[in-house]
Ligand binder design. Sequence first.
Ligand code: 3H9
Length: 696
Amino acid sequence: MTETETAAVGIAVDDGIAVITIDNPPVNAISQAVRQGLIDAMAEIATNDAVEAAVIIGAGRMFMAGADVREFGKPPLPPTLPETISAIEASEKPVVVAIHGVALGGGLEIALGCHYRLVAPGAKLGLPEVSLGIIPGAGGTQRLPRLIGFEAALDLITTGRQAGAEEAAQSGLADAIIEGDLKQGALDFAKRRIGEPPRRLSAIEAPKPESPDFFAEAKAAVARRARGQESPVKAVEALEAAILPFAEGVKREREIFVELRGSDQAKALRHAFFAERAVAKVPGLDDAKPRDVAAVGVIGGGTMGAGISVAALRAGYSVTLIEADVGALARGRENISKNLDGYVSRGRMTEDAKADLLGKLAASVDYGALADADLVIEAVFEDMDVKKEVFAKLDAAARPGAVLATNTSYLDINEIAAATKRPSDVLGLHFFAPAHIMRLLEIVRTGTTAPDVIATGFAVGRKLGKVSVLAGVCDGFIGNRILAHFRKQADYMVEDGAMPWDIDAAMEAFGLPMGPFKVMDLSGLDISYAMRRRLAPTRPAEERYVAIADRVCEAGWLGRKTGRGWYVYEDGTATPNPDAEKIVIEESKRKGITRRDFSPEEIQTRILYAMINEGARIVEEGIALRPLDVDMVEIMGYGFPRWRGGPMCAADIIGLERVLADIRAFASEDAYYWEAAPLLERLVAEGKSFSDLNGG
Ligand code: 3H9
């Protein structure tokens, strides 16, 4: 056996088979060292007469996560990935790839350059480049359709989804699934291929599209789904180039890849990728050890409590549900069961698995049932007195050291914590409805929450599959506080001349899945009405107040549940409510406002800037640790388009100087509302951007 090593790629020759091992922890990203190592390995294989075939395999927990995302945005270092893959594919000796864990992006493109692909049973294969604002740039859009046809390739490339081993084997993406020892299986497979001519995907004739209009139709469908994101649409263009001879197709693919790599959208999506991982890294929490959590108590079986219970059950916790009376308890159980039915009907859970989960659910009207809980999450009615009463009872029932959490969306958690004799054990775990589906979790620390309690919040969030973001206490924490400003801006524009459906259309064009007025109709106008009532006593007298929504609500139009709100809902369609329009016009008149037109761009700008300005205040006050935490809350919880990177990243892309100049111009009309956040002023004065505050 001979062995040579580069930093990240090792070769060992064993009985005529070269085993090339990629070893670049933690995810075998294809750094410059990996590319060079592979080229060197292929050169050695070509010249070493003792080698008759090769196996490429990954060390550690996966094959390869793809190109090193950290190298993007920096000058490219040779050799390129396409050159590396060409060197592999050109080998005269058969090259077999053995995939475990994931083969993503450039990792799968390397696999497509090999002559045979073997997968371990749990392997996942995908080309997720579009989610980073780019397309596969190393032949993926050209080799994949040659292997599995255009339709299947289009699905994988434009969605970025991962195919499991079974699917890969069925589609022809993988030649075989290797049960047992992957390396041994690959060695045996390679031995059987010795002497066979190499199977090169680039040499296969271009496939035919499934129908004459295939690409035009695909482009239209993908564009609709992408809501402003360019990369999936460009991916269709690259795929279309696969009908050309291979050399021309890869040239076109590369052009598109290079164009997108430098785009604002790619920058924003890279930011989102790293921010999603950075939110869990809380400075100062390194030494805090999370408390052990196995048993979770949930107080309240309404929409939120039931969603939280399902999330906890699915994550493997046992759950004890507490309700005020037997009837409410039965309804809570029913809500949980219905949520689980949703998974069953979509084929994502078997009836047996559902029954198993329900077996881990206990329910009681007695707080004594919480005596063994390690974590209790309160999800009762949003009222301070009710919550304090619950926490006083919880304080008496829970064991010492249990973590006590409230799912409040707005209330002062310091005050809730003070209702117990153990405020350091209290924190906020703010879930988003539906709690078993939405990925955001705001972890809210009070002035007294112990570090290990915060660390427990993050550990539980991770187990629940959530993206957890730390927030401080204020009205609405990060997300709902920004939402309040978003809505205020929308209301101001409606009173000044726009119609609710204009705002919705403009914000949907901005990339939101649903405009704010449609969202209000969905959640019920009475919800925000109650909130405005609650805030009324503390609202500054000089603050502009728009009463349109109050009047629509007082007319009994509560949205979808009454068939009428901002829109009229009939036969499954929503049309603008003419009576709401009348109220809008009357209210403008009552205030002496001359209504004017708002272009979609102006609507988008005013709403975005209101979010940026408030986001800057939230960072400055320390409610959010960094701008990236604000971005993640908005992307994960409020449908802010990921391809814009979140409001703070969007501000950096626009340029803070311009944002500040525009805000100052708005302030000349409405000084009360549009006062620029001091942090924004300071960053502009120092020539910095929000990203400078994100650290590493
Ligand atoms: C591409 O391939 C382009 C080509 O077509 C063309 C080229 C010409 N690069 O997520 P985790 C880091 S584009 C650099 O916590 P998990 C990550 O930041 C690429 N770093 O682990 C984290 O660092 P830290 C297409 C990467 O087990 C650490 O690794 N590929 C990369 O939950 C652990 O990550 C993708 O889009 C990378 N590519 O999930 C795949 N990937 O510890 C992106 C990860 O400092 N990656 N890191 O925070 C993933 O989907 C997940 O990371 C993966 C592992 C499933 C692999």
